[in-house]
Design a protein. Structure first.
Length: 168
């Protein structure tokens, strides 16, 4: 596993832009809410640790991971002043192909949002084989993928800001 010997919550604040002047959106799936709430909390805590202002973080909930794409799209359209959005979800392998269809749809949908829109969307959707693997990555022994997503969001917000500067 890629995270076998890695704690997802570790980051070096000295190389991360200060998040004080950025605004973030987080779209959270209600399905597997024990996991997604842990991921949200990891992202929120990392934002706070990196200087973000609580009032500059918008959270929307959607029923499941498949609905993340629509939620992120609507957030992009509604909040053009956001600097980055995180899509938070959890899909756990079952006995049917449903897992494959949901994972593929969410992955491609978020990719499309990144290609077709100006506000970056960070993929924070766990696609694990077991609930224990998801627990381990949402605040368990491997740290928190939500914190990793927040750091990616901060870096992409800075990239977006820099790209606007160079374009002008």
């Amino acid at each position: 596993m890629a995270t076998e010997n890695k704690n997802l919550s570790h980051y070096d604040k000295t190389v991360i832009p200060n998040a004080k002047n950025f605004r973030f959106g987080i779209v959270v799936s209600e399905w597997n809410d024990k996991i997604t709430q842990g991921l949200f909390q990891g992202a929120f805590d990392a934002f706070m640790d990196c200087g973000a202002i609580k009032e500059n973080i918008v959270r929307w909930n959607v029923p499941g991971s498949f609905e993340l794409v629509y939620g992120c799209k609507k957030m992009q359209e509604s909040f053009d002043m956001l600097d980055a959005i995180i899509a938070v979800g959890c899909v756990i392998q079952g006995e049917t192909k449903h897992f494959d269809f949901v994972c593929e749809g969410v992955t491609q949908g978020i990719k499309d949002l990144n290609i077709n829109n100006e506000i970056p969307v960070i993929f924070c959707v766990l696609t694990d084989n077991t609930m224990q693997q998801s627990i381990d990555r949402s605040g368990g022994k491997h740290g928190n993928k939500g914190a990793e997503a927040a750091i990616a969001a901060i870096k992409m917000a800075q990239l977006r800001k820099d790209a606007k500067f160079y374009k002008e």
